[in-house]
Design a protein around this ligand. Structure first.
Ligand SMILES: [Zn+2]
Length: 125
């Protein structure tokens, strides 16, 4: 079974396990996927995990992992994004699957992220 990089589809090995494999030499991601041939399409489906407090109410943490295709640029991208309200953390990594190049990487406080650009009120520290 082939072991691929979950982000850029780099082929690591043909094997039974992804254990002990290094980070992807192409894009630097540590995630790996194994899939029986013919089921590659599942890879493209993406994943979105949202956690909400047990008491209900709005979500606290949202993790999104997906492949996206921009028709305009004819480019395939891999998007890994986590918005963690509970820990005030925003993380985003976008990889060009063709080249393995990291197009965008953001790792910052959620409040700083939201404070950019269109912020209406800015507090002076
Ligand atoms: Zn990769």
């Amino acid at each position: 079974m082939p072991v691929n990089c979950w982000a850029c589809d780099y082929l690591f090995i043909e094997g039974d396990s992804s254990e002990g494999l290094p980070e992807c030499p192409k894009c630097g991601s540590s995630g790996k996927v194994m899939h029986p041939s013919g089921q590659e399409a599942r890879l493209q489906a993406g994943l979105c995990i949202t956690s909400s407090p047990p008491s209900g109410g709005r979500w606290e943490c949202k993790s999104e992992t997906k492949h996206s295709y921009y028709k305009k640029d004819d480019e395939h991208h891999f998007i890994d994004r986590t918005i963690d309200r509970a820990n005030n953390h925003y993380y985003e990594r976008i990889i060009n699957k063709e080249t393995g190049e990291v197009v965008r990487e953001v790792d910052e406080r959620l409040t700083e992220h939201q404070g950019r650009g269109s912020a209406k009120h800015k507090k002076k520290i």
